[in-house]
Design a protein around this ligand. Structure first.
Ligand SMILES: [Zn+2]
Length: 269
């Protein structure tokens, strides 16, 4: 009997999930290099990952099962609600509760640490899969992310949606896109950003795309700190919508109750 490799995985968890799915459906699948990869995850790439192997005559059926599984999984991700996202972000240290002095000088009882939204690749993949699942119905050619935080996220959403990826950046303070990116008049773009409060930088990206004749088809955010108050005039999706309270120091109830204050990591703009 001949066998064929139908998928490669970076972790044994994913590999075993897929293996279990095929075996449950009566396909005699097995894994190659599982122990080599799980003992030395750093070498997973060099070894070509953990290989899922099936009898050649069951290949089409096995591939269909895996594709269906991914589709179901994406529906589950799309259905994840704010509370699940909130738990993930709290565990990652991206969403903090306490008594904070903001850059504006105002005080607040909650703080979003932007860096923590993107410093754990596994979580980035999951968050972006959720966002991609919610935005899959939007017809688009390209996913655009403003530097810096938006780059990683837009790339990952583009990968999940099978679209092209572009990032925007400031040139002498003005938002733009490098000329090397193939953006054509009539392209439809989705914009992805980590977090927005006033929506200012997203509006700049929308304007710079429209100037190039690119139609903005949607905006996706990990955290909307305006509590849904921002209207970009295009369909907008936020994984977590927060209405964070802030006060002038003289009106701060946390100061009144003498809670120690912290100045969280500055947002190096
Ligand atoms: Zn205070």
């Amino acid at each position: 009997m001949s066998f064929t490799v139908i998928r490669r995985f970076g972790t044994d968890v994913e590999a075993n999930l897929a293996l279990g799915l095929l075996r449950t459906n009566g396909i005699e699948a097995h894994l190659n290099d599982e122990h080599l990869v799980s003992d030395a995850p750093g070498f997973a790439g060099m070894l070509g990952g953990i290989k899922l192997v099936v009898p050649a005559d069951r290949e089409i059926e096995a591939r269909a099962l895996l594709d269906e599984y991914v589709a179901i999984d994406e529906d589950t991700l799309a259905a994840a609600d704010d509370s699940q996202v909130e738990i993930m972000l709290r565990e990652a240290g991206a969403l903090l509760t306490g008594h904070f002095k903001l850059t504006s000088g105002r005080h607040s009882d909650a703080y979003v640490e932007k860096i923590r939204l993107i410093n754990q690749p596994q979580m980035v993949v999951k968050l972006c899969a959720m966002l991609a699942a919610r935005m899959r119905h939007i017809e688009s050619d390209v996913v655009v992310g403003p530097a810096m935080g938006g780059i990683v996220l837009a790339y990952e959403v583009a990968k999940a949606l099978g679209r092209r990826f572009v990032f925007s950046q400031r040139f002498d303070g003005r938002m733009g896109v490098r000329s090397g990116f193939p953006l054509k008049q009539g392209n439809r773009a989705i914009i992805i950003e980590d977090i927005t409060t006033t929506g200012g930088s997203i509006v700049e990206v929308i304007d710079c795309l429209r100037e190039r004749g690119v139609e903005v088809a949607g905006v996706g955010l990990i955290v909307d700190r305006s509590g849904g108050a921002i209207d970009f005039d295009v369909p907008t999706f936020a994984l977590l919508s927060l209405d964070i309270q802030s006060w002038e120091p003289s009106d701060c109830p946390l100061c009144a109750s003498k809670q120690p204050i912290t100045k969280p990591g500055s947002s190096d703009k």
